[in-house]
Design a protein around this ligand. Structure first.
Ligand SMILES: CC(C)(COP(=O)(O)OP(=O)(O)OC[C@H]1O[C@@H](n2cnc3c(N)ncnc32)[C@H](O)[C@@H]1OP(=O)(O)O)[C@@H](O)C(=O)NCCC(=O)NCCS
Length: 296
């Protein structure tokens, strides 16, 4: 079969079709987050589109700063697979980030795709655990007891500077634009943890493309605080159809919470990089920011 298509940056009007392509598999992001990531990096998400305009594939490699880029959301519409569309998307995506260190999370059966394209560095200390679950959420099994002197506050613009400072301290670079856009998505609820007036974590929940509660980012110094934030965030989206969350395998508290809720593991992903391992304190990462677009 000959397919005539072009590879070009995602435009806002493509988003419904991109979601149709993505819903054949499960992706955790929300509709609005696609718009936010293309504001952060206008050429960071690309699509393959037929001459008719129909979108048949998508791939993201978002530039975060001069050194770091992160990839994901890679999917080709069934019926158009095995015709090199995925390869074209990957080649252009990899070119986009120039010589930055490009990270991504890979399914075990897809390792060869990336190993063949120069992703020679593998994280061996941990993997990414993806939870993608449809069904009711039993938050009663989660603790509601905050440690002494810790309070949780509902998001307000007044807390943005505290959140930026905390986020930068944990991740190592400034992400204020995307942090702000994420907190301001219309379905997002954010909680900010303070101990004696100092920000010690923050967490968000939103409704994603399959109407589940997508928890993330959820970062905190003390995982007991993380557990309470997780519970209270989920309680703010009672109409959610399930849970979408990505954790780090060595964060035992985060994964223990999900286990107690009897939510099964969806997939275990391997972290690859084109150049070098990125190091953060994974004890503080209860849930990823956005598993397809951000390293943590
Ligand atoms: C992975 C996917 C995007 C590939 O798209 P495609 O248009 O069929 O890919 P191409 O025909 O251009 O092939 C590109 C490479 O992928 C490999 N590939 C394609 N389908 C594959 C599959 N199901 N399993 C493993 N490798 C696969 C090809 O062998 C080729 O590798 P090579 O060039 O290194 O030899 C597509 O199969 C898909 O959407 N799958 C579901 C979502 C998914 O798994 N995404 C990747 C998450 S890590």
């Amino acid at each position: 079969m000959m397919i005539n298509y072009k590879v070009r940056p995602l435009r806002p009007e493509d988003i419904p079709e991109v979601i149709d392509v993505s819903l054949q598999s499960t992706y955790q992001y929300s509709k609005e987050s696609l718009l936010n990531w293309i504001k952060y990096d206008p050429e960071g998400i690309i699509v393959a589109a037929l001459d008719s305009g129909k979108v048949i594939g998508v791939c993201a490699t978002v530039i975060h700063n001069d050194e770091v880029a992160f990839g994901g959301a890679f999917c080709v519409l069934e019926g158009y697979r095995d015709f090199d569309v995925g390869n074209k998307l990957l080649v252009q995506s990899i070119k986009h980030v120039e010589n930055r260190n490009l990270g991504l999370n890979c399914r075990a059966d897809k390792l060869r795709i990336y190993k063949n394209r120069g992703f020679s560095v593998t994280e061996h200390l941990w993997s990414i655990l993806e939870y993608e679950y449809l069904g009711s959420l039993n938050t009663k099994v989660l603790s509601d007891a905050l440690p002494a002197e810790v309070v949780l506050k509902a998001f307000s613009d007044n807390y943005l500077e505290d959140i930026y400072t905390y986020d930068k301290m944990l991740i190592g670079y400034d992400r204020r634009e995307i942090v702000k856009e994420n907190c301001k998505e219309f379905s997002t609820k954010t909680l900010v943890a303070f101990k004696r007036g100092i920000c010690v974590g923050y967490g968000c929940v939103k409704i994603n493309i399959f109407d589940a509660a997508r928890v993330g980012p959820l970062y905190c110094n003390d995982q007991k605080v993380g557990e309470v934030m997780f519970k209270r965030l989920l309680e703010q989206v009672p109409d959610a159809k399930g849970l979408a969350m990505s954790t780090i395998s060595n964060n035992l508290i985060a994964n223990g919470c999900v286990k107690r809720m009897r939510i099964p593991l969806h997939d275990n992903l391997i972290r690859l990089y084109s150049k070098e391992i990125m190091v953060v304190n994974t004890c503080k990462i209860f849930a990823h920011f956005d598993v397809d677009f951000s390293p943590f």
